[in-house]
Design a protein around this ligand. Structure first.
Ligand SMILES: [Fe+2]
Length: 464
């Protein structure tokens, strides 16, 4: 029995372990591998929790936008098999006949319920078997592998790949559970109170900053290479736009005024008959929403979520602003002008703790604005990490000098003028998959993701 299998998963929930992971690699390969195993275990427990529901709900498709949950479950194991067992360790396929079923590029989500999917029990057995062999491979890695030149082994990259992949699917599963409309499937929790008042916008002076991933060996290809960018001065909202502020846009007739919308956004709004964020409705003077199967009044001080890029863009125009570019967003989030260096997070390089950000499904909602003063960036912007993914004005494009790794389908095939970049992670994002340089992307009409936004505006000449 692998010793790594006995690692207490609880260790991985201590965020300081995440911070220590990469420094541990340099001194103690055994401790490094123990931590990876603990993190893999923690991610798996989360996947199993979200799929610990009736088989009927697992195999059903709750929305054409999403896979049946049982597909996600077996897919994370299949991805792990492909990358760790076959690509890294050179093993033969355990079940070659299922590979195309779980290839995300072979079948669009809408078609997945019609595939001969593994059933819930079979899927759990399959992924547990793969995981056992993955831990054996991990245990067999030596310090020379971790420090060596092979890009899949160096710094344990391939384990970071499959771990972050599982975390991202866990967030996708939560979006599916929200779309299911069923109560009682997703736990809620407590969050710190908000802080009313304070400046609405923060100022970011003109100048160069360093964009993209620094030393983090688990950063994705699309975060590289790090590069300098020179930006004019701008203002950016201190907090994400609240549901209350968004409701004012709705009540001001924002959805009936083409002048606030891009031509495509207006067409989308009209075709879809959209009149408010997804899951919202109005009764009398009160906005209500459905959140994981329960109806509740929309909290005015919470960041708005479940809005498309089109809606975010229209709101920003109505407010006399625009969405930040992703470079502006990243500078406001992670740049430390005094030190002249980029931080991993707004507050520094320490892994996210409970006072910094609302990440990792502490509760099943964003925290009220002002809840995380300790998570502020050097420029005073708050809640940039966690709560809601933030739409930016940027298309998902490669950084200068981009090189696809370890496979084209991770990022490269999505580059172009179809997807918009989202930054920062949501309440559902695992801390391991959230950082200042992390780039997410989606189509501008998507609303099932836990996405909101904040606005920015160029600084007038006399301020710049
Ligand atoms: Fe995937």
């Amino acid at each position: 029995m692998s010793t790594l299998r006995n690692t207490k998963a609880a260790e991985a929930t201590d965020a300081s372990h995440t911070a220590a992971l990469h420094t541990a690699a340099l001194d103690d390969a055994a401790a490094f591998k123990e931590r990876i195993a603990a993190e893999l275990d923690e991610g798996r427990r989360r996947s199993l929790t979200y799929t610990d529901i009736d088989d009927d709900l697992l195999v059903r498709q709750h929305s054409a936008l999403m896979s049946p949950l049982v597909w996600d479950l077996a897919h994370v194991g299949n991805y792990e098999e492909l990358w760790v067992l076959r690509e890294l360790a050179g093993a033969d396929p355990t079940r070659p006949e299922i590979d195309t079923i779980y290839d995300a590029f072979a079948h669009p989500r809408k078609d997945r319920p019609n595939l001969p999917l593994l059933g819930p029990a079979e899927a759990r057995t399959y992924i547990a078997g793969v995981r056992g062999r993955v831990l054996d491979v991990l245990e067999g890695l030596g310090e020379a592998d971790l420090r060596g030149a092979d890009p899949l082994r160096a710094g344990g990259f391939v384990f970071g790949l499959v771990l972050q992949h599982e975390h991202q699917h866990d967030e996708t599963m939560l979006a599916t559970l929200q779309l299911s409309g069923r109560p009682g499937l997703v736990r809620d929790g407590d969050l710190p109170p908000g802080r009313p008042g304070g400046a609405e916008e923060v100022f970011v002076p003109a100048g160069r900053f360093r964009a993209g991933a620094g030393a983090d060996p688990w950063a994705y290809d699309n975060e590289r290479p790090a590069h300098d960018a020179d930006l004019p001065a701008f203002w950016i909202d201190r907090h994400p736009v609240t549901a209350g502020a968004y409701a004012a846009f709705v009540e001001d007739g924002g959805y009936a005024e083409p002048r606030w919308w891009s031509p495509r956004g207006w067409r989308w709004r009209a075709e879809q008959g959209v009149t408010a964020p997804l899951f919202w409705w109005r009764e009398g003077h009160t906005w209500w929403r459905t959140r994981f199967g329960r109806a509740e009044p929309v909290p005015a001080d919470e960041p708005v979520q479940h809005v498309s890029w089109y809606e975010a863009d229209a709101y920003a125009r109505w407010a006399g602003k625009r969405l930040p570019t992703e470079a502006e967003w990243e500078k406001a989030c992670g740049w430390d002008p005094a030190a002249g260096r980029a931080r991993a997070y707004p507050w520094g390089d320490a892994a996210p703790g409970p006072a910094h950000a609302n990440l990792g499904h502490r509760a099943s909602r964003p925290a009220p604005v002002g809840a995380f003063p300790a998570g502020a960036s050097c420029y005073g912007a708050e809640q940039m990490i966690g709560d809601v993914w933030e739409w930016t004005g940027s298309w998902f494009l490669p950084y200068p000098g981009f090189r696809g790794f370890p496979y084209r389908e991770y990022s490269e095939v999505f580059f172009g003028r179809a997807h918009r970049v989202l930054r920062g992670g949501s309440w559902a994002t695992h801390p391991r998959a959230a950082r200042a340089s992390f780039r997410n992307w989606d189509l501008p009409n998507r609303r099932q993701i836990f996405a909101g936004f904040r606005c920015a505006r160029p600084a007038p000449k006399e301020e710049a």
